[in-house]
Ligand binder design. Sequence first.
Ligand code: SF4
Ligand code: SF4
Length: 167
Amino acid sequence: MITDLVQISRLGEKKRGENEKFRRWIKSHNFVERQFRRAAHEVHEAIDCRECAECCRVTEAEIYEKDVEKLSKHLGISRKQFMEQYTATGDEGELILRRTKSGCVFLDGNDCTVYEARPKTCEGFPHLLRGMGSIQHKMWAYVDRATYCPIVYNWMEQIKGLTNFKK
Ligand code: SF4
Ligand code: SF4
């Protein structure tokens, strides 16, 4: 299992073309989704997200009303204060957590300072195990995630081996 982030970035970019091809292959072939999910469980078990936190540095965390309520309560501030201090608008007008040069505003080193109250999207990331939709449907996002997320990178490599996909 590869967890070194420099290696993940290099390999994920190197395999971007191959992973794109795999994504298209998946759309037109039958496969056993249960096997893919089992592989996802195994990779999740083997990798400790709290040692990594790369998604908190790389991606924007979209939030919803329920997250706003939970986080402002957790921080002991009003909704208005929370919105002013900790949120921003993403490129497509969505509500996101504010970011600093090092990533999410709540990231301190590798620690999430609001871990118990973190948004739903953070809880489920990289959405291999949780979230709506089939793996086929979500595959478009995984090619990119494989360039920074060790869980997604290792999972993609494992599931390619479970099919007769030709690299
Ligand atoms: S809220 Fe926590 S888990 Fe979510 S992006 Fe920010 S630091 Fe990461
Ligand atoms: S979800 Fe991926 S990128 Fe985020 S902390 Fe876990 S292994 Fe790292």
